[in-house]
Design a protein around this ligand. Structure first.
Ligand SMILES: Cc1ncc(COP(=O)(O)O)c(C=O)c1O
Length: 396
């Protein structure tokens, strides 16, 4: 069989075999509804409770502060819509109701846009510098009398830049504004402790740390005012009603526990592999432009732009040689337009079109990285020369 090298762990990770087995056991052996009070229901409820403890323990939270959701998107939606609904933004007060950054995931960005369009929510979008970092002073400047929520992500899914969420959180605290962070790319990968971080709401999803797709959680600090987005049977203390995805929640809990046990060793190993990619690409393709922060970045993320190329063409050519990588974010890679993140860090459209994201994971080896580094330069060269042809023809 053709050798495949999977280098797209920011898009999703394969399910840990122990997690898959725990989930399969639930599907086979636990038929009950957690809301039922007889034995089968109690067993399902106990599994959900254990998973809640595992997720809470990994973040230094209390289990009562964890709300299970269908993933990162729903957690982001619940945080933003839920807080703004609970506060009923005052249309007459000055300033925005919601402050976000220009490089948020679409789950935040499009939610803000939707609320602006249909719910009269005023949104301030704080820009980033060339490395993708938000300046906490800009967040402070954006806050107005009416501001009820700040939503700024922890680790960026495309360029890997890590935001100073402790400083942003302190700004939020000083001004009495609720602070949400989308930590989908960091919880389970980097230390994250709500006992020391000034955050009120945190989105996570399981499939970025070797758990199943379609399940996640929102951490809601005790005392945070948040309304529900769904109405129904009242599960999750009414915050996210609907019969629980028991197998998925068990998968989330065990994936979180395993990820926490392995976290520091994995981060160290992946950082070394990532740096091997960063240095290798710099040496072999001198025209490559590093995207994201040189040091404050996710341990698994190496991302670049190759001027004169197209990200989609790079992905297809690398796929043919057995490498799975992505351009921009997975959620937007179907579009040929450069992503909002690459434009927000100030790249020219032509440069941003040639973006490539390489993200390593638990099973990535040095030999995988070296094979990638050997395959990349001729592909970049070929695509660059093909892309240049029509240009020189039209110039004539
Ligand atoms: C930073 C970030 N937020 C939110 C999401 C959405 O997660 P999901 O699609 O699993 O709901 C993702 C997934 O790529 C992400 O990377």
């Amino acid at each position: 069989m053709e050798r495949r090298v999977y280098l797209d762990h920011a898009a999703t990770t394969p399910v840990d075999p122990e997690v898959a087995e725990a989930m399969a056991r639930v599907l086979r052996e636990v038929p009950g509804n957690p809301s039922s009070i007889y034995a089968e229901g109690r067993r399902a409820r106990a599994l959900v409770d254990t998973a809640r403890e595992e997720v809470a323990a990994a973040m230094g939270a209390d289990p009562s502060e964890i709300v299970f959701t269908s993933g990162g998107t729903e957690a982001d939606n619940l945080a933003i819509r839920g807080v703004l609904k609970a506060h009923r933004p005052d249309p007459d007060a000055s300033g925005p109701h919601l402050v976000i950054s220009s490089i948020e995931h679409h789950a935040v960005l499009d939610t803000a846009e939707d609320l602006e369009r249909h719910a009269h929510v005023r949104v301030a979008v704080v820009g980033v510098d060339g490395t993708g970092r938000v300046d906490p002073r800009d967040v402070a400047d954006a806050i107005g009398e009416a501001t009820r929520l700040i939503s700024i992500m922890h680790g960026n899914n495309e360029i890997g830049t890590i935001q100073p969420i402790d400083e942003i959180g302190r700004v939020a605290r000083e001004r009495g504004v609720t602070f949400h962070t989308d930590a989908v790319q960091t919880v389970g990968i980097l230390p994250f402790d709500v006992r020391t971080l000034p955050v009120d709401l945190v989105s996570v999803n399981a499939h970025k740390f070797y758990g199943p797709k379609g399940v996640g959680a929102l951490y809601v600090r005790k005392g945070t005012r948040i309304a529900t987005m769904q109405t129904g049977g009242g599960q999750e203390k009414g915050r996210r009603t609907g019969t629980e995805n028991v197998a998925g929640i068990v998968g989330l809990g065990s994936a979180m526990r395993i990820a926490t046990e392995r976290r520091d060793g994995e981060a160290e190993k992946q950082r070394r592999l990532r740096d091997r990619i960063l240095e290798g690409v710099r040496a072999r393709v001198p025209a490559a432009v590093l995207t994201g922060h040189p040091t404050e970045r996710l341990p698994n993320n190496a991302s670049f732009c190759f001027p004169g190329t197209q990200g989609e063409a790079l992905i297809v050519a690398l796929d043919l040689e057995g490498f799975s990588v992505s351009s921009g974010s997975a959620c937007t890679s179907g579009k040929t337009e450069p992503s909002h993140v690459l434009l927000a860090i100030g790249l020219e459209r032509e440069v941003a079109q040639g973006s490539l994201r390489v993200t390593v994971g638990r099973d990535t080896t040095e030999s995988d990285v070296d094979a990638f580094l050997a395959a990349l330069p001729p592909i970049v060269e070929r695509i660059r020369s093909v892309s240049a042809e029509p240009l020189s023809a039209s110039a004539r």
